[in-house]
Ligand binder design. Structure first.
Ligand SMILES: NC(=O)C1=CN([C@@H]2O[C@H](COP(=O)(O)OP(=O)(O)OC[C@H]3O[C@@H](n4cnc5c(N)ncnc54)[C@H](O)[C@@H]3O)[C@@H](O)[C@H]2O)C=CC1
Ligand SMILES: O=P(O)(O)OC[C@H]1O[C@](O)(CO)[C@@H](O)[C@@H]1O
Length: 380
C-alpha cells in the first residue's frame, strides 16, 4: 500500500488532507505531539469525517495510524523512508520545530531509495512549502542536499476547507464543511490524490483564497469579538458587519481583479459563495478560533496587511482593510497567547510601534495613520 506521512493530526490533518490520502488508497501515518490522538489512532485505526449539513452524512477514514515525533523519532524516520508523500498541517509557526526531524528522515531516505518523495505544506501561509524547505535545509548534510533536487520534490499549495474546533472530547471524528479545495503548484505530474488540483502558477489561487476566505473570515471574527458574539454565523446575523465584510472584500477584490485579470462578476460570485459558507450554522465556528494568533495574522504577508499594502500600491482604496487591521489590534482574548502578547505590546509601546514591529509598516505611513484613526474610533 502507498504511504503518506502527515505532520499534524489536528482538524485539517484528520478532517481534510489525511482523509483525502486515505480515500485515495494511501495508508496515512499521522505525526503529532498529542499522545491521546496518536494512541487512539493506533487503537481504533479509523475515524469518521462528518459533513456539517442538515443531513449529517459521514465517511469512514481507514488505514490510519499515529506516531509521536517527540518520543518516536526513529519510527518517524522509518516512515519517511517509505512514504510517497510528506505533508503538514501544523501551523506555520511550528514548521521550524519539525524541520530537524524531517531532515533526519530525508537523510536516511535518500540513502535508501531513488524513489521521489513529494513534500507539501498545507498551511494558511503564502509559500509555506518553500519556508519548510528552507528550515529543513538548515539541518541537512551536504550529501543529502546534493540529492534533494533528484529525490525530494517540494510544492507550494493552498488549502481551503473550514474545519472548526471539535466539540467531541475523546473522539477522533471530525466535523467539516462539505466544500474543499486543495491546489498544488507543480510542473510535473504527481501520484494521484483524489481532490488535489494541480496548477502551474499558484499565486492567483492562493492570493484569491487568502485575501477572500481568510480576510473575510478575519474581519467577521474580529468585529464579532468586539460585539461579544460567540460564533461566525451569529456575527453574520448583524447586517452592519455583513456590509463591512463586503466592503473589505470589495477592496481585496479590486486588487485581485487588477492584479490577475479576474472577471469581476465571477469574483463577486466567489465572494458571495464564501460568505454563504461562513453562514453555515452547523459548523458552530467560534470567533476566537477564526481570530486566533493575531500576531501571525497581522504579519506583513498575511491576510490583512498584505492586501492593504498591495491595494495602496495599485492606487486602490484600503480604508476598510485598515479598519480590519484596527479590529485585529483590539482582539484581547485572554486565552490566546498571541493576543495577550499583542495587548501588552500595545500597552507598552502604542499602536504605530506595534504596526512597525509586527506588520513591517513605517510609523509615519498613510496606512498606519488610517489604522490608528480606525483603532481609536473602534475603541470608543
Ligand atoms: N481549521 C481550518 O479550517 C483550516 C486550517 N488551515 C491551516 O492548517 C493548519 C493546521 O490548522 P488546524 O488543523 O486547524 O489546527 P489544529 O490545532 O487542529 O491542528 C494542529 C495539530 O498540530 C499539532 N502540533 C502542534 N505542535 C506540534 C509539534 N511541535 N509537533 C507535532 N505536532 C504538533 C497539534 O497537536 C495539532 O494536533 C494551520 O496552518 C491552519 O492555518 C488551513 C485551512 C483550514
Ligand atoms: O487557520 P488560521 O490561519 O489561524 O485562520 C483561520 C482561518 O483558516 C480557516 O481555518 C480555513 O481557511 C478559516 O476558517 C479561517 O479563515
Amino acid at each position: 500500500m502507498k504511504q503518506a506521512v502527515h505532520f499534524g493530526a489536528g482538524n485539517i490533518g484528520r478532517g481534510f488532507i489525511g482523509a483525502l490520502f486515505s480515500q485515495s488508497g494511501y495508508h496515512v501515518t499521522f505525526v503529532d505531539i498529542a499522545d491521546q490522538i496518536i494512541n487512539q489512532l493506533n487503537e481504533e485505526k479509523q475515524y469518521q469525517v462528518k459533513l456539517a449539513t442538515d443531513r449529517q452524512e459521514s465517511m469512514t477514514i481507514e488505514n490510519v495510524s499515529g506516531l509521536n515525533n517527540m518520543t518516536q523519532e526513529n519510527e518517524v524516520i522509518e516512515a519517511i523512508k517509505h512514504a510517497t508523500y510528506l505533508t503538514t498541517a501544523i501551523g506555520p509557526n511550528i514548521l521550524p520545530r519539525i524541520a530537524p526531524l524531517i531532515a533526519k528522515g530525508l537523510a536516511a531516505r535518500v540513502k535508501a531509495t531513488d524513489d521521489i518523495l513529494y513534500v507539501i505544506a498545507c498551511e494558511n501561509q503564502i509559500s509555506a512549502t518553500d519556508l519548510l524547505k528552507g528550515y529543513i535545509q538548515e539541518h541537512l548534510d551536504e550529501d543529502t542536499k546534493a540529492h534533494l533536487a533528484d529525490k525530494v520534490h517540494f510544492f507550494n499549495s493552498a488549502v481551503d476547507r473550514i474545519v472548526p474546533l471539535q466539540n467531541n472530547q475523546g473522539s477522533l471524528d471530525v466535523l467539516v464543511e462539505p466544500y474543499y479545495e486543495w491546489v498544488v503548484e507543480a510542473s510535473e505530474s504527481l501520484p494521484n490524490v483524489e481532490g488535489m488540483t494541480i496548477v502551474s502558477d499558484l499565486a492567483p489561487f492562493i492570493e484569491r483564497k487568502l485575501f477572500t476566505v481568510n480576510t473575510g473570515h478575519a474581519v467577521i471574527a474580529y468585529l464579532g469579538y468586539l460585539e461579544n458574539k460567540t460564533t461566525i454565523d451569529q456575527t453574520l446575523a448583524d447586517e452592519k458587519i455583513v456590509a463591512q465584510v463586503q466592503a473589505t472584500l470589495d477592496e481585496t477584490g479590486s486588487y485581485l481583479i487588477k492584479q490577475y485579470g479576474l472577471d469581476s462578476d465571477e469574483h463577486q460570485h466567489y465572494i458571495n459563495k464564501i460568505i454563504n459558507r461562513f453562514k453555515n450554522s452547523y459548523l458552530n465556528d467560534v470567533v476566537t478560533r477564526v481570530g486566533r494568533s493575531p500576531l501571525r495574522k497581522l504579519g506583513p504577508n498575511d491576510r490583512l496587511v498584505r492586501p492593504a499594502i498591495e491595494a495602496k500600491k495599485a492606487g486602490l482604496s484600503y480604508n476598510n482593510l485598515a479598519k480590519a487591521i484596527a479590529a485585529a489590534l483590539l482582539f484581547d482574548n485572554k486565552e490566546d497567547e498571541e493576543a495577550v502578547k499583542l495587548q501588552s505590546m500595545i500597552k507598552e509601546n502604542g499602536v504605530p510601534h506595534v504596526l512597525k514591529e509586527v506588520s513591517g509598516l513605517d510609523e509615519n505611513s498613510e496606512l498606519t495613520k488610517e489604522v490608528l484613526s480606525s483603532y481609536n474610533a473602534l475603541k470608543k
